[in-house]
Ligand binder design. Structure first.
Ligand code: IPM
Ligand code: MG
Length: 352
């Protein structure tokens, strides 16, 4: 097949890790006989510096033309002045919204060879396979905002339709897995959560009678994720709870550096990015972990291009690279030096 991939490296380590993801995609394309074209554009702080805008029109136009978007990370101390008119993160949020990417899939599957990299006991981690579906274009991220000297306001708002579509997507995923859906909310306090809960209660039994579902309050969920992570299959939750819980859940896999994500909407075009940030502290040193970016590229193959065998092959290659001991600093045993970003990417290519 032929496809156009928009590559938005963003800031910090974004460029280093997306370079490895592009190399991996090129290798997969060569092996399976596909023609992938890559076009780069600016996003985030890099775009603010060059164009005064975190999401330049040319970048959005490229993303709309592309079959999929591969993204690195945005943000950094250079652009974190609280009084700045425009912040790198706004570029990412606007892009998610403009492309209608309402569901963010974040798989958390600890690699058997990395159980010791996690601060959680290995016996709790064996067999953990969680798919978090985070609502991505609603909630407190996108509600009305005000800020004066005396007061600041962030409104959390959800419409019925916003909840229904993400719940349906998550329940559909559960159907292809272990048929269990945990909906996480704060219905004992928040109105938006009460609408969320009643929607789950209506949609699941009528449209997905074969999927078991449960509700869990977000504070309890934060605890159960560490206490009994194996019990979760698909999790569906609102934007901010999903943001927080997935950073927590990444510790089950050993590091933020290995967790990919896929942001999906109604069509096939998705945006694929690591869940980690721009890591300004290690940017430019060639030591960032590229596995989350490469695994995001595998999700791109699966969800946007529908190339399932190719996605499986790339995921298997990352797994073999990990088993071969190609571990960047965030995963390497304490006191040992990790491999470079390039060496980890090379290990994936070798495995492919
Ligand atoms: C994420 C990030 C973003 C978010 C930031 C960079 C705006 O933390 O993708 O999890 O909060 O959604
Ligand atoms: Mg986050």
């Amino acid at each position: 097949m032929q496809a156009l991939i928009a590559v938005l490296a963003g800031d910090g380590i974004g460029g280093e890790v997306t370079a490895e993801a592009v190399r991996a995609l090129e290798a997969v394309a060569a092996r399976f006989g596909h023609e992938l074209r890559f076009e780069a554009a600016l996003l985030g702080g890099a775009a603010i510096d060059a164009a005064g805008d975190a999401l330049p029109a040319a970048t959005l136009a490229l993303c709309r033309r592309a079959d999929a978007v591969l993204l690195g990370a945005v943000g950094g101390p250079k652009w974190s002045d609280p009084h700045a008119k425009v912040r790198p993160e706004q570029g990412l949020l606007q892009l998610r919204k403009a492309l209608g990417l309402f569901a963010n899939l974040r798989p958390v599957v600890p690699h058997p060879a990395l159980l010791d990299a996690s601060p959680i006991k290995a016996e709790l981690l064996r067999g953990v396979d969680i798919m978090v579906v985070r609502e991505l274009t609603g909630g407190i991220y996108f509600g009305e905002k005000r800020h004066s000297a005396e007061e600041a306001v962030d409104v959390c708002r959800y419409t019925l339709e916003e909840i229904e579509r993400v719940v349906r997507l998550a329940a559909g995923l559960a159907r292809t897995r272990r048929r269990k859906l945990t909906s996480i909310d704060k219905a004992n306090v928040l109105e938006t959560s009460r609408l969320w809960r009643s929607t789950v209660e209506r949609v699941l039994p009528s449209e997905f009678p074969d999927v078991n579902f449960e509700h869990m309050l977000v504070d309890a969920a934060a605890m159960h994720l560490l206490k009994r992570p194996r019990d979760f299959d698909v999790i569906v939750t609102e934007n901010m709870f999903g943001d927080i819980l997935t950073d927590e859940a990444s510790m089950l896999a050993g590091s933020l550096g290995i967790l990919p994500s896929a942001s999906l909407g109604a069509g096939a075009r998705g945006l694929f990015e690591p869940i980690h940030g721009s890591a300004p502290d290690i940017a430019g040193r060639g030591i960032a972990n590229p596995y989350a970016a490469i695994l995001s590229a595998a999700m791109l193959l699966r969800y946007s291009l529908k190339l399932h065998a190719e996605a499986d092959a790339l995921e298997a290659a990352v797994s073999r690279a990990v088993v071969s001991g190609a571990l960047p600093a965030d995963l390497a045993a304490p006191g040992t030096l990790g491999v470079t970003t390039r060496a980890a990417g090379d290990a994936v290519l070798t495995a492919l």
